[in-house]
Design a protein around this ligand. Structure first.
Ligand SMILES: Cc1ncc(COP(=O)(O)O)c(C=O)c1O
Length: 380
């Protein structure tokens, strides 16, 4: 196994993680929905201004909850960008949905509103959007077309917590939105996620789905005297020990975001001239967007050059990685009719994209080393 002295990702502690985990244990409530879970809910609700936030065991599980809440039935069509992680659509396919793959825009790698418009049919039951790298999709156009067709929008905001589009937080546009607290994300508890509920009409059922299909949340609030099985559901709530870890990170959100911004801006400033000269594209953040500083990526002129650059960086102990393979060309995507050429921008960008090491504690000396390694690549 190759060892890397500059890994792609490295978890960092914000400060109070172990103290809060010990407190959760001392409080005697380490299953779900204890004191730290409530603190995380309150923080997310207050900061983002969402009616309800519910921690989940992963973003994948928050997406599964969204599919259950929207009552997705076999044969329902769900529009999804072809350039995303499998969970975005798998959660809906689990309910029997038929995935309909939309292409992305080359500037931001986000779903193209014009593609959505072309793909909407009377069977469309949901539009899924992904704010790639925490740079918002064109939500004004998407929300307008969704409301014209009466189709709900779900934001997979795995990358975009605290990013904004036209001054509004990502995750607050669709009826539902999902967050990830996986170890590669800005804020983490190892594995974790959240469902943001922007339409209060979904809150009660979401609590039931998250608690194994029971009305246990109402019971714990003293609203009913016994709880029972009332709906579909599963166990989507994380241990309060994980919530304690996460709360320590969310509490330090300004410091964490500042560290990540420093990394992003270092790359952007130090790579601009080199990129221009060698036909490499740097990420674009349009003016009315505030990004979440989740990742930094390059687009190389070709797949061959991208692969050669990965190998070059590896030889210097630096791990850089490609990202999503086009979903419509995956084994599952092809079973749903996906063919080469269906989503040409996704196919091209997937070949050319390279993600650079990106984590909070990446120091200037290491950043300088990555930049020097890139510049010493003679394959461009
Ligand atoms: C866009 C997107 N959605 C969902 C997920 C899944 O997140 P989780 O690992 O929290 O289930 C990922 C994972 O990286 C992702 O990139």
């Amino acid at each position: 196994m190759t060892s890397y002295h500059i890994p792609f990702n490295q978890a960092s502690l914000a400060g109070n993680e172990f103290r809060y985990m010990s407190e959760a244990i001392a409080q005697g409530h380490i299953s779900g929905d204890g004191g730290f879970t409530r603190k995380c809910h309150a923080l997310l609700e207050a900061e983002l201004g969402v009616p309800k936030a519910l921690l989940t065991t992963s973003c994948t599980h928050a997406l599964e909850m969204a599919a259950l809440l929207l009552d997705i039935q076999p044969g329902d069509e769900v529009i999804v960008p072809a350039f995303t992680f499998v969970s975005t659509i798998n959660a809906f396919v689990l309910r029997g949905a038929r995935p309909v793959f939309a292409d992305i825009q080359p500037a931001t790698l986000n779903i193209d509103p014009a593609a959505i418009e072309r793909l909407i049919t009377p069977r469309t039951r949901a539009i899924l959007v992904v704010h790639y790298a925490g740079v918002g999709c064109e939500m004004d156009a998407i929300m307008a077309l969704a409301s014209r067709h009466g189709v709900p929008v779900v934001e997979d905001n795995a990358h975009g917590l605290f990013g904004k589009y036209q001054g509004q937080y990502l995750g607050t546009f669709g009826v539902l939105a999902t967050q990830s607290f996986h170890e590669t994300k800005n804020f983490t508890c190892g594995e974790g996620g959240a469902l943001l509920i922007n339409d209060p009409g979904y809150v009660e059922r979401a609590e039931i789905i998250r608690e194994k299909g029971t009305n246990r949340s109402r019971f714990f609030r003293g609203q009913i005297d016994k709880y029972s099985w009332v709906d579909l559901g599963s166990s989507y709530l994380p241990s309060d020990i994980l919530a304690a870890f996460l709360y320590a990170q969310l509490e330090q959100r300004e410091q964490i975001q500042a560290q990540r911004r420093r990394v992003w801006e270092y790359y952007q400033a130090h790579l601009a001239g080199w990129a221009d000269e060698h036909g490499v594209l740097l990420p674009a953040v349009p003016p009315d967007h505030e990004q979440s500083y989740h990742m930094y990526y390059l687009r190389l002129p070709s797949l061959e050059q991208r692969q050669a650059l990965i190998a070059h960086l590896r030889s210097r102990g630096i791990l850089a990685v490609f990202h999503y393979l086009p979903l419509h060309l995956s084994e599952m995507g092809r079973q749903w009719g996906g063919r080469p050429g269906d989503c040409p921008v996704t196919e091209e960008m997937s070949d050319r994209l390279l993600r650079l090491p990106f984590y909070n504690s990446l120091a200037d000396a290491q950043l300088a080393e990555v930049v020097a390694a890139l510049m010493s690549f003679d394959g461009l």
